[in-house]
Design a protein around this ligand. Structure first.
Ligand code: HEM
Length: 402
């Protein structure tokens, strides 16, 4: 089985050819990852779907596969406890209950109802860009990092002070690709949890509009969520809803600029064209290229290869999105690709809760950038983020007017 490098800067910069090659070798590969150790990687579309959808054979909670702790690791820092027991890392029936409680505001119709509001936030962010079109500007810093944070904070109904404080703490998250980096990120997470508890306290005393207020009201009505569950759900929404979208914006813009003819095509797209184009950017740019690990519930075979109870398997979404059994010319960015059965949002019961919101943010932001600055060019001042499992640019410098 092929050993894959999925963490280096070289992989982040040009993942496509290596993944395509690995796919030719077979349905599984393996990797050694910080914190998680040795892990099998599901590569093909079919294998990825099996791992994500077959909940009789694969669990997200390691305790359901014979481990003592939810993450399947012998030692878990205390600060991680909230992370090990949230919507992403629980199996049914707890997962179903949390998903039901948080689902409504993220449905397509509910998100579409907020389109104007999100468009206004995008415009406000783009208006802040300095007028000197010829100077070099880091779009990651001035747009792609702050914008999703503003959107998710607005949706949650956080106060401005809390938003600013959280943005400051979250900046400590970058570079979480090594064990040390992950531990540092966890320390930063402690600060986020503290801030969120304070916000929940304030919202309890003084009910307010927004998702946070809605969840507190649901909690009071049905007694369905514990305080810790509420904190960890908000935490997941906050973390999952911001960094991932930042990555789609930066890796998407990078693909539009670097793939032949893509920028010119993007210049002519209408709103429907952008919906299709963003799906293709999700497939090609790989903003989240792997899922959380799944744990094998009992000895079984995955695409003919034996896997043992308790073993970790990760769905390598980025590879499945290049599977030639499903996609014609998978290595080509085709902004009009339809149908597009990409797995960029995961699949099965844990499929991304925020996908309609993220899609809308990307459609609005990228289309407005292309409209405002059709002559934009990338400079060479780029740096890929080191964070494990996601692909985006920490620094993405451009000249707005060529
Ligand atoms: C481009 C942006 C995004 C990408 C690529 C993305 C990708 C993903 C993926 C791959 C998963 C599944 C992980 C797994 O199965 O282990 C997931 C789950 C999740 N995402 Fe997203 N996501 C994005 C944006 C968002 C946003 C904006 C929100 C919320 C505001 C969000 C909230 C969640 C939540 C709560 C889950 C867990 C769902 C569950 O376990 O039932 N995501 N996301």
């Amino acid at each position: 089985m092929r050993q894959l490098d999925i963490t280096s800067q070289a992989f982040k910069a040009t993942p496509h050819s290596g993944l395509a090659e690995a796919l030719r070798d077979g349905p599984l590969a393996h990797a050694k990852l910080p914190f998680l150790g040795n892990i099998k990687l599901a590569l093909t579309h079919e294998t990825v779907h099996a791992v994500l959808k077959d909940t009789d054979r694969f669990a997200v909670d390691a305790r359901n596969a014979g481990h003592k702790r939810a993450f399947g690791l012998p030692f878990i820092p205390k600060s991680l406890r909230l992370l090990t027991e949230n919507i992403l890392s629980l199996d049914d029936p707890d997962h179903q209950r949390l998903r039901r409680l948080s689902d409504a505001p993220f449905r397509r119709a509910a998100i579409e109802a907020g389109r104007e509001q999100v468009a206004a936030l995008v415009d406000a962010q783009l208006d802040q860009i300095a007028c000197d079109d010829t100077a070099e500007l880091d779009l990651a810093e001035v747009v792609f990092r702050p914008l999703p944070l503003r959107v998710i904070s607005k949706m949650l109904g956080l106060t401005d002070a809390a938003q600013d404080r959280l943005a400051q703490i979250m900046s400590g998250f970058s570079g979480a690709s090594s064990t040390w980096g992950i531990l540092r990120a966890l320390a930063a997470m402690g600060g986020v949890v503290k801030q969120l508890r304070a916000e929940i306290g304030l919202a309890r005393q003084d009910p307010r509009p927004g998702l946070l207020g809605d969840l507190i009201a649901a909690e009071a009505k049905d007694d369905q969520m514990s305080e810790d569950e509420l904190v960890s759900l908000i935490l997941v929404l906050f973390v999952a809803g911001h960094d991932t979208t930042t990555n789609l914006l930066s890796s998407g813009l990078h693909a539009l600029q670097t793939e032949p003819g893509a920028w010119e095509t993007a210049n002519g797209l209408d709103a429907d064209g952008w919906r299709i184009a963003v799906d293709e950017l999700m497939r090609f740019a790989m903003p989240v290229y792997m899922t959380k690990p799944r744990f094998v519930i009992q000895d079984t075979a995955l695409s003919g290869i034996p896997v043992k109870r308790g073993e970790k398997v990760m769905a390598l979404l980025g590879a499945a999105n290049l599977d030639p059994a499903v996609f014609d010319n998978p290595l080509q960015l085709d902004l009009s690709r339809r149908p597009n059965r990409h797995t960029g949002w995961g699949g099965g019961p844990h499929i991304c809760l925020g996908l309609h919101l993220a899609k809308m943010e990307a459609e609005l932001t990228l289309s407005k950038i292309v409209d405002r600055w059709p002559n934009l060019v990338l400079s060479e001042n780029l740096r890929w983020s080191k964070r494990l499992g996601t692909r985006g640019l920490e620094r993405l410098c451009v000249r707005l007017n060529g």
